[in-house]
Ligand binder design. Structure first.
Ligand code: ZN
Length: 377
């Protein structure tokens, strides 16, 4: 939904990025602090002071979230997990981790490291807030320790994918040696907790606390959604883990002859098969890929006079995969490059096409016939 990301800076080699959606939250936080929290807790300061405190408070909060995520990332890297960086998105931060931890112990330590950092910041800023500072300084320090304490407690709720849920998952996982089962249980707690938070939002609204209600609603919806998604993702990964691309691909993909006009291409291929990208083939060899992106660059009235040949682009590595690679790899590639079909190539020869739809169909069928497939792995 909010795809665009900007890299802010690097910390210990991890790029720190923000999603555009975070800007909405940054404004909401600054406003909540400047118009709600600070004026309510500290009377008789000027309006300007509240806004300056709001901005500094929001920046401090942002740093604390980065440090929390950094805690996770450093431990993960220590255990050899590849980390792509830290992204601040609409609800705080996420350490981008392409793979799941391989054993419960690693997950356990990784999950605890973030809250440990938050706990440490809370303790330090609490101690720092004790001396008799000017009111705004004292206000900011005590906001920081309270925020970190809340972050610590909230994250320790055993609701997956919160840190506490990950800790619980690690414990259950170790007990039964079944990661999918552990994820299923903890993500159900995650959904239930998300629902509870939405209910709290309704109560806040009835009580007239609009700012509070907005936070409960957003966080609750986000959490229950994240819980469902992460379980499903894991289920998909496991189901696809022993399947090769070859088994799920369509071995007779539609290819486009490069001589036809753009008009013909749109009418007979795009509108007929509803794909965004087609390989172009001449004498049994791939000569490039043509996508609707390229078509858009040609004015409509010139479609008849421009052959597809002019729109061809080399088929990039991002949209090709080998037939012997795992279906899981195909899914990863699609997720990271945002495409829904991959050309299956064996030594520069097109042998098929694999689509997200095919994989989805395969999983749906398998689940119908074998349950969630846990017993078969
Ligand atoms: Zn965390």
């Amino acid at each position: 939904m909010f795809g665009k990301r900007i890299t802010l800076f690097k910390l210990f080699g991890f790029p720190i990025r923000i999603e555009m959606s975070w800007l909405i939250i940054a404004v909401l936080i600054t406003w909540s602090l400047a118009a709600g929290y600070f004026p309510q807790s500290y009377k008789n300061l000027s309006q300007a002071a509240y806004w300056i405190m709001g901005v500094i408070g929001a920046l401090g909060l942002f740093m604390c979230i980065i440090l929390h995520e950094l805690g996770h990332s450093l431990v993960a890297r220590h255990y050899g997990l590849k980390m792509k960086g830290i992204v601040l998105f609409i609800f705080g931060g996420v350490s981008e981790m392409p793979d799941e931890p391989a054993e419960p112990k690693v997950e356990f330590l990784m999950a605890l490291s973030g809250p440990a950092v938050s706990g440490a910041i809370a303790a330090v800023s609490y101690a720092a807030s004790l001396p008799a500072w000017p009111v705004p300084v004292k206000a900011l320090l005590s906001f920081l320790w309270q925020f970190n304490a809340v972050l610590l407690v909230f994250n320790l709720v055993p609701a997956f994918p919160l840190d506490g849920g990950r800790v619980l998952r690690a414990v259950l996982w170790r007990q039964k040696n079944d990661m999918l089962w552990a994820t299923n249980i903890t993500s159900q707690i995650g959904s239930a907790f998300g629902f509870f938070m939405v209910c709290m939002g309704v109560l806040s609204l009835i009580a007239g606390n609009v700012i509070g209600a907005v936070w409960w609603f957003l966080l609750g919806m986000f959490l229950s959604n994240a819980a469902k998604m992460s379980y499903q993702q894991l289920l998909w990964r496991q189901m696809l883990s022993k399947t090769k691309v070859e088994h799920l691909m369509n071995p007779e993909p539609k290819t486009v002859p490069p001589e036809i006009s753009t008009e013909e291409f749109v009418e007979n291929y795009v509108y007929r098969y509803h794909f965004n990208m087609f390989p172009a083939m001449r004498n049994g060899e791939i000569v490039g890929c043509v996508s609707t992106e390229e078509v858009k660059k040609v004015p409509r009235e010139q479609w008849a006079t421009h052959p597809v040949e002019e729109l061809l682009r080399p088929c990039s590595l991002e949209n090709t995969i080998g037939p012997d690679e795992g279906a899981q790899e195909a899914l990863k590639k699609m997720t990271s490059s945002g495409v829904s079909r991959l050309l299956v190539m064996r030594e520069n020869r097109l042998v098929g096409i694999i689509t997200l739809k095919d994989m989805r169909g395969y999983i749906a069928q398998r689940m119908e016939l074998e349950g969630d497939g846990r017993n078969t792995f």
